[in-house]
Design a protein around this ligand. Sequence first.
Ligand SMILES: [Zn+2]
Length: 228
Amino acid sequence: MSKRVMNPAARITAVALATAGLGATLVAGAGSAFAAEGKAVTAPAALTASAAVAAQADAQAHVAAQVKAAVAKAAAVKATPVKAVKKASPAWVKPVASYALSASFNQGGAMWAHKHSGQDFAVPIGTPVHAAAAGTVVKAGPYGGGDGPAYGNAIVIKHGNGTYSQYAHLSKIKVSIGQKVGAGQQIALSGNTGNSSGPHLHFEIRTTPNYGSAVNPMAFLRAHGVGV
Ligand SMILES: [Zn+2]
């Protein structure tokens, strides 16, 4: 039994050691667990934080890109209608859609007391004649609307900036004095009235409403982007 008495002491020590060992193991285990847990918590937190920063940077870059795209899109949208409007209503257009050029500006000849004051567009009688630009009708009627019988039925439109356009030898006038017209608006039908050698539109660009102030209409139209 004495052996057994001794033994329990040894056994207690052994148990104590074993307990200590177990405790150490437990502590170590807890430490490991803690470390693992700490690492598990800390690392993802760090990852999360850096990921969040990266995500935020990404988001900011994305937002910046979106803003940039939106601004570009807005600019494009803003630019498009301006272009469309410009395309839909150009400042200057041809007075007749299709024609053959006949007598030109400053051309001499028996037809004119002085040099030819405009450009002739040979077109069949009844061809629609269009205002070459927006403006206000200041002359419309027979005898060149007051400029003389050689012009036959004629129209003069005031465009501003000291520019007027004149349309002569018309068969039918479709506008009246004081009327506002748009570029390309039909104002008359072409004809062969007045001192005319054949059906055509006589077209002038003037610096006043009156005869004698004409400039080269083809050079003027071309300078204003009209392909005549
Ligand atoms: Zn003419």
